[in-house]
Design a protein around this ligand. Structure first.
Ligand code: AVI
Length: 318
């Protein structure tokens, strides 16, 4: 049965998919919970705070690259495309692209109706006259886009290196689903974080102010809040480590002592040093990025990076 929870004075129901992923995640070995569950209201606020941290280079680096390359993207893509953003849109990056490419419509796609409505309203007032056509859907699967843009060529936009949060076979599936959603003649602008110095990478995911640690630990708070968990928060520490073999930063929550707790009355035990794996953030060498795109059905036609080669923005065609 769904369990009513009080959040911000409102009664909400625990998401059955969250419950399943958490119970399975704690029972499996290695223990792991999908990163998508970070993003409740508090988690989304903490992620926003992460993007401003001095150690978290991706957001400001990608924004600077976009500012510098958007005229080239506009030239290569041509005017009048419908820009289709996978995710509900960033108040900084999206306007940079929209201003440059002179689109005929803007179609943000997000699974969370709340975020979608908020960001669509912001974009619509910043771009009067531009049709903003939000679609509430899970973009991991092919999506039917609004009829108004059926005959318009599309320019997909997937910034932030969000693709890096998926394991390689899922990221290939996602690129293929995007290609199917965008249709004939589509192009895609995608942000992909580069492999770099391990110290820089680990600091970006374990900042001095502890914001990323709070973001990671908020998952445990969410489990306690929404699923009636009894996890002792003080028994877990945030860890972010570079897995060189898989070219990814892994975030874990590590038990600092032996602990026993329940989630919806299911008992769990963890020994000191055991972890629950909460996120992967894959990084790509220049060739890795191009190979991944090609595996997903896209041909890279333009690539831009910052002077230190920290991050890349790639334009690809279907
Ligand atoms: C959303 N995503 C691209 C972020 C990343 O860098 O992998 C999520 C994040 N996790 C910790 N810090 C930021």
């Amino acid at each position: 049965m769904l369990k009513p929870e009080i959040e911000d004075g409102q009664v909400t129901l625990a998401d059955p998919a969250f419950r399943n992923d958490v119970l399975r995640g704690f029972a499996s070995r290695p223990r792991a919970i999908p990163a998508r569950w970070f993003y409740d209201r508090r988690g989304s606020e903490l992620f926003e705070a992460i993007t401003d941290l001095p150690e978290y280079y991706p957001t400001r680096t990608e924004t600077a690259i976009l500012r510098a390359c958007c005229a080239d993207i506009a030239r290569l893509a041509g005017a009048g495309r419908a820009v289709v953003e996978f995710g509900s849109g960033s108040s900084t990056k999206t306007p940079i692209l929209l201003r440059a490419v002179d689109p005929s419509a803007y179609v943000p796609i997000d699974i969370s109706g709340d975020f979608l409505r908020e960001s669509s309203a912001g974009l619509a007032s910043a771009f009067p006259g531009l049709p903003v056509l939000p679609v509430e859907a899970d973009f991991l699967h092919p999506i039917a886009l609004p009829a108004q843009v059926a005959d318009t060529p599309k320019l997909g936009f997937f910034p932030g290196s969000t693709i890096g949060n998926m394991i390689p076979h899922s990221s290939v599936d996602l690129l293929r689903a995007m290609k199917a959603s965008l249709g004939e003649g589509a192009m895609l602008v995608i942000g992909m974080d580069r492999i770099k110095d391990v110290g820089v990478l680990e600091a970006a995911y374990d900042d001095a102010q502890g914001v990323t640690a709070a973001f990671n630990r908020n998952l445990l708070e969410r489990i306690n809040r929404e699923l009636g968990g009894t996890i002792p928060l003080d028994a877990f520490r945030h860890s972010a480590i570079w897995n060189d073999d898989r070219a990814r930063i892994e975030m874990h929550l590590e038990a600092t002592r032996d602990v026993a707790f329940t989630i919806e009355r299911h008992p769990f035990e963890m020994a000191a040093g055991e972890t629950i794996h909460t996120e992967n953030s894959h990084k790509y060498g220049p060739r890795d990025a191009r190979i991944l795109l090609r595996a997903g059905g896209w041909t890279p036609v333009g690539e831009w990076t910052d002077p230190n080669g920290l991050f890349a923005v790639i334009l690809a065609e279907a």
